[in-house]
Design a binder for this molecule. Structure first.
Ligand code: GLA
Length: 357
C-alpha cells in the first residue's frame, strides 16, 4: 500500500514536471496565427532608407523575391557577395560578377546599396591566410584590395563598412589583420578607403553594440583615439542581432545615448530578433509572435529618436532564409515576414514604429 502510494506520488511529480516543461517550451499554447495586411510598404513609411541583406542568387533567379525586395526596401546590402572571401581570388585577381550584379541592380532600380564589408576576420580568403610573404607585402595586398574595391564602386556606393568586428569587450580582437598590419591598422585601412573615394561615408560595424556596455565603451574609446588623429571614420553600424526582449528598452536607450554622444552617423545594420536562440522556445506561439511585434515596435521607435540615425537594415526579410537557425542550430522566427512572405505581427510592429504610431 505504502509502495503504491509512493509510486503514485512519483508519477504525479514526473507528470507535473513534464507538463510544466511542455508549457514553458510553448507546446501547450496556441501557435501563432495571423492575417495581416500592411497598409503601407515599409520603405514608404520611413523618413530614412530601409535596407535588407540580399542573397544574390535569389535576386538573380527568383522573381517573387526580387519584387518583394523592391516593394518594401530602398537599400540593399550583400549578405555575402561583397565580402573579401567572395571577391579577392588572389593577388590582382578579383571576382566581380556578383558584386557588379548587385550594384547594377541597385542602380537600375534607383535604390541605395551599402558596401559590406571590406575587412572582416571571418571572411579572409584562404590564399591570404596562407600568404607567407612579409608583413609589408601582406599590407600591400590588403591596401590594393581596399583601394580597388572602393575605387571600382565610387560612383555607386556612398557608404561602406570598412572594418567589421575588430574589437571584443577587452580591446582589439586578435585577428590576422592585427597580427600582420599592426596595432595602427584601422587608421591605415580607413585612410586607404578614403583616398579611393573621398566622398564615401566610412563605417565601423559590430555586434554587442546595444547589448554589451563594456564592449561599447572599448569601441568608443578606440574610435575616439582614431578620430583624434583625423582618421576618416564617419559612422557606426550597430548590427542589432537582438534576442526577444533582450536587451530591454532601458539598456537600448542607454546604449543609444552613448552612441549619440560620439556624434558619428549611426546605422542599424543587421536587425533581427531571435526568439529561440537557446532552444528553449522551440514553438512560434501566438504570445511570442505578439511579444516580438511589440519588441520590434519599441526598439525601432527608440532607434528613430536618434538624431544621428541614417538608416535601418534588416538581416533578411523572411524567416525561411534567416542565418539564425543554422547559426544556433535551433528553429527560429527572427524576421518580419514568414516563409510565404506573409507579414508577421513583427512586420506590423516595425511598420507602426516607422509610421510614428
Ligand atoms: C555578421 C556579419 C554579417 C553576417 C552575419 C551572419 O554579423 O557582419 O555580414 O555574416 O555575421 O550572417
Amino acid at each position: 500500500m505504502q509502495k503504491r502510494f509512493k509510486t503514485g506520488i512519483v508519477c504525479l511529480l514526473v507528470g507535473g514536471i513534464l507538463l510544466v516543461t511542455l508549457w514553458q517550451l510553448g507546446y501547450l499554447d496556441p501557435p501563432a496565427q495571423y492575417d495581416i495586411q500592411l497598409d503601407e510598404n515599409l520603405k514608404d513609411a520611413a523618413g530614412i532608407p530601409i535596407g535588407v541583406a540580399v542573397d544574390t542568387y535569389r535576386l538573380q533567379n527568383d522573381n517573387a523575391y526580387r519584387s518583394f525586395i523592391l516593394q518594401h526596401f530602398n537599400c540593399i546590402v550583400a549578405e555575402w557577395q561583397m565580402k573579401m572571401k567572395a571577391i579577392y581570388l588572389g593577388p590582382g585577381e578579383y571576382e566581380w560578377t556578383y558584386a557588379d550584379y548587385l550594384v547594377h541592380f541597385a542602380y537600375e532600380n534607383n535604390i541605395a546599396i551599402h558596401g559590406h564589408t571590406l575587412l572582416w576576420h571571418e571572411s579572409i580568403p584562404q590564399w591570404l591566410k596562407d600568404y607567407t610573404g612579409s608583413d609589408a607585402e601582406f599590407a600591400q595586398l590588403v591596401e590594393n584590395y581596399v583601394r580597388t574595391v572602393v575605387g571600382r564602386y565610387k560612383d555607386n556606393i556612398s557608404t561602406w563598412d570598412v572594418v567589421n568586428e575588430a574589437f571584443t569587450n577587452a580591446g582589439y580582437r586578435d585577428t590576422l589583420f592585427l597580427q600582420r598590419l599592426g596595432p595602427n591598422y584601422l587608421a591605415d585601412v580607413y585612410q586607404w578607403a578614403h583616398e579611393a573615394d573621398p566622398d564615401c561615408q566610412l563605417y565601423y560595424n559590430d555586434y554587442g553594440t546595444l547589448e554589451d556596455p563594456t564592449k561599447t565603451g572599448v569601441i568608443i574609446a578606440e574610435i575616439q583615439k582614431l578620430l583624434s588623429t583625423s582618421a576618416p571614420i564617419h559612422g557606426i553600424g550597430i548590427q542589432g542581432h537582438l534576442h526577444l526582449n533582450d536587451p530591454d528598452l532601458t539598456s537600448i536607450a542607454i546604449a543609444l545615448g552613448t552612441w549619440n554622444a560620439l556624434g558619428l552617423n549611426l546605422r542599424i545594420s543587421e536587425l533581427d530578433v531571435s526568439i529561440n536562440w537557446d532552444g528553449l522556445r522551440p514553438v512560434f506561439t501566438q504570445a511570442r509572435a505578439e511579444s516580438q511585434r511589440d519588441y520590434y515596435h519599441n526598439v525601432v521607435e527608440k532607434f528613430l529618436t536618434s538624431p544621428h540615425l541614417t538608416s535601418i537594415s534588416v538581416w533578411g526579410f523572411d524567416d525561411a532564409h534567416s542565418w539564425l537557425p543554422n547559426h544556433h542550430h535551433h528553429p527560429d522566427w527572427p524576421l518580419l515576414f514568414d516563409g510565404n512572405y506573409e507579414p508577421k505581427p513583427a512586420a506590423e510592429g516595425f511598420l507602426r514604429a516607422l509610421q510614428g504610431l
